[in-house]
Every structure is written in C-alpha cells, then in structure tokens.
Design a protein around this ligand. Structure first.
Ligand code: SF4
Ligand code: SF4
Length: 398
C-alpha cells in the first residue's frame, strides 16, 4: 500500500511563475501523450492535447497569453484523468501544471455554470449537504423524485437512485477504523454505505463513520480553490484511525495531502482481512461482471486491479476488464457540465461493454459508474452498477 503515497501530485503551492515555467519546460514536445489523451483523440485539436495545454499554461504563466474564452475552453475540457502522466518519458508533472491553470481560471472569475456551482455547494457545504439529505428523504417518501424522473430527462435526475433511505450511522469515533463514505455517495448511493457497513460487520471489523463527514476537498481543489480544500482535510487526520474510503477519487485526493494514509476499502480488506472474507458463504448465480478501473485508481493511486482477488473470492462469476480505453469521460461533475463531450468520450468503451454482454459494472468511483450506467440505459441496455464491496455483500448468503 506504499503505492498510495506515490500519487502524481503533492498539494503543495508551487505555482510561482518560474516554477511553472521550469515544470513546463521539462516537456520535450514528443507528443507521445496525445495518443492516449481522450480530449485530443475526440477533437484532434492540438490545444486539447497534453502537449498543447502545457504550452498554453506556460504562456499564461509567462504572461504571453491572456485568459480568453478559447483558452478557457481548451484548459477546462481537460478531464484530469492523468493518463498523459503515465506515458510521459520526461515525467512531466502535468497535474501541478493543470492545477495552476485551474487556480488561474478561478482567480480570473471564470467559474462553472450556475447549476454546477449549486451542485458543488450541496456537496461541499456541510449545512447544505445535510439539508439535501433530509430533503431527498422527504422527496422520495412523497414519490416526487420518481415522478420527476418519469417526466424529466435531465441527467442529474437520471443519476439519482430509484429509492433512497438515509444510510445507517454506526457508533461515532470510538473505533479503530473510520469509513470515509464520500459526499456524493451519501446522496446518490446510500445503499452502498449500508452494504459496506453490513459486510464489515459480517467479518467482525469495527467501523464508524463521522456524523457530519466533510467533503474531502477534491471538488474545491479541482475548481482551483486549494486553500479551503486543505482546511477540509484537517478533520480527517486523526493519527490513531485507519481511514477506509469508498470512493477512489476521494482516496486519491486525500492521499495527495501526504499527511496520512487513506485506503481503498476493498484493497484494505483483501490485504488485511482475506481470511475473514473467504469464510463467508456466497451465492453462485453466474453473471458477466465488468471491473471498471477508474483513472483515479489506475493513474493516481496506481493500485492493482481487483480482478485476481475477486476471481479467487467469487470463482463462479465471470469478471471482465476492458483495458484499451483511457478514460470514460465522467470525471467528477464533468459529465453533467459537458454531457455531449463526456458521452462521445465514453462511446467506444460503452460499445465494448455491450459487446462483452456485461450484466453488472463494478466501480469504485461513483461518477464513472453513474455516467456509464446512464449511457447504457440511454441505448435501452439494462445494466446494474455497484461498488465491488456492495457486490460482495449482495453475493453473501446471510
Ligand atoms: S489529464 Fe487526461 S484529458 Fe487532460 S491532458 Fe492529460 S490525458 Fe488529456
Ligand atoms: S509525453 Fe511528456 S514530454 Fe512528450 S509531449 Fe507529452 S508531456 Fe511533453
């Protein structure tokens, strides 16, 4: 799990003009990264390749270019997937460079559309987040969400679950293990939180969750607001706790602070509680199951695929991986902000999923799972999407 610390960026403030210039100058303009960059592949526009964006960022830092709307579009279409960093022979720290650009865009007053800002507020702000949870509970009870889902076609409605039950909150702050559920999961995947707690109980692992868990800070950081994001992280750094996270984007972001180690829940269980897991009894109904390796796992956390362990634990199932794609286009709220582009980027991957006759998608990243599920359902392809922990719990014979 040392690799968890080997993330592509440290959340340091390196963004002086000279440091950006020197980081950008490490790019030898070879263009190797362009072949893997989803936004370049989609547009064939050099300004939307990693190499092109690096040149733009360098020019902004050196005040050779003004931040106009064209520039904004080229930079803000970056998915932050960091596939480019994986293939770069010069090991250019693109993550630091794009974070500098995010900060410059934020400081110039260019912010996402109002509905995205509102959505972010409901995820980031503790009071609004609590209000959203209670409101959802009432809206579902009154069947208003199902009515809206039937009448409306907006993507945010499609991302809302069909049913909503406030997740259980086990004893607070008294256990060794603390589950970081993720602000989006609390609103969009409450059943995942309950399944995770139930699986942990089944293997006798003590667990608690924070009463008012703060957002990990990834959303603000991505919006160029690093300082406030760093404050959020301070409430998740008790050294006597083992932090287990349910969303790999949150895990990657928290590990970027380099103040503590945050584990992906299932990787932690496989490494430390394998014997407890294999003692569980599982159903044997056979399904085609796609393991979606999100960019946060493969490019940022750099942790191994879950396939081998899942196959050992659930030998009756058929686990599939589709490796020849770089990013599904979900990227946090990107698929809500730029649905058409996100759909185009996902399209070849979605076709491959259909071809493989997948019944269930397992994703540790909520935004990827929701985006892919929506894409498939739009083409009348019935699919279930869940976190691998949720799938394991669902397969247990209680
Ligand atoms: S982070 Fe992803 S989208 Fe952005 S430049 Fe790199 S490969 Fe392209
Ligand atoms: S692979 Fe690295 S060095 Fe080559 S163009 Fe891309 S960022 Fe620059």
């Amino acid at each position: 799990m040392d690799s968890l610390r080997n993330t592509p960026r440290a959340l340091s403030n390196i963004s002086s003009q000279s440091s950006i210039d020197s980081l950008a100058s490490q790019c030898v303009l070879c263009g190797l990264c362009s072949t893997t960059c989803p936004t370049y592949q989609e547009s064939l526009n050099e300004n939307r390749s990693p190499r092109g964006r690096i040149s733009l960022i360098k020019a902004i830092a050196n005040q050779e270019l003004e931040l106009d709307d064209h520039l904004l579009e080229h930079l803000s279409t970056c998915l932050h997937c960091f596939t480019c960093m994986k293939v770069c022979p010069s090991q250019v720290n693109y993550a630091e460079l794009i974070h500098y650009a995010d900060k410059e865009l934020y400081l110039s007053g260019r912010t996402p559309p109002l509905f995205i800002r509102l959505l972010h507020s409901f995820l980031i702000n503790n009071k609004l987040h609590r209000l959203a949870k209670s409101s959802l509970h009432i809206l579902y009870k009154l069947k208003i969400v199902s009515l809206l889902k039937r009448l409306g076609s907006s993507r945010i409605l499609a991302y809302l679950p069909n049913q909503y039950k406030k997740p259980n909150e086990p004893a607070i702050n008294e256990t060794k293990h603390l589950l970081i559920t993720g602000c989006a999961n609390q609103l969009l995947r409450p059943e995942l939180i309950d399944s995770s707690i139930n699986l942990l109980k089944a293997i006798n692992l003590d667990i608690s969750i924070l009463k008012n868990e703060p957002c990990c800070g990834a959303i603000e950081f991505r919006s160029g607001i690093a300082n406030e994001a760093e404050l959020v992280e301070q409430s998740l750094t008790q050294t006597d706790k083992t932090y287990l996270s349910l969303n790999s984007s949150c895990t990657a972001h928290l590990n970027d602070y380099k103040t503590n180690t945050y584990f992906e829940l299932l990787d932690y269980l496989f490494e430390n509680h394998w014997q407890d897991l294999v003692k569980l009894q599982f159903k044997t109904d056979k399904k085609n199951i796609l393991i979606h390796n999100s960019c946060s796992r493969k490019n940022r956390l750099k942790i191994n695929s879950l396939k081998d362990k899942l196959e050992q634990l659930l030998p009756e199932q058929i686990f599939i991986e589709i490796s020849n794609f770089s990013c599904c286009g979900a990227s946090g709220t990107y698929s809500l902000e730029r649905p058409e582009l996100a759909d185009k980027i996902a399209s070849p991957y979605v076709s491959a999923i259909k071809e493989a006759e997948v019944n269930i998608i397992l994703s540790t990243d909520t935004s990827c799972g929701l985006h892919l599920k929506h894409q498939l359902e739009q083409s009348q392809y019935a699919i279930e999407m869940m976190h691998p922990v949720q799938f394991i719990y669902q397969q247990t014979i209680n």
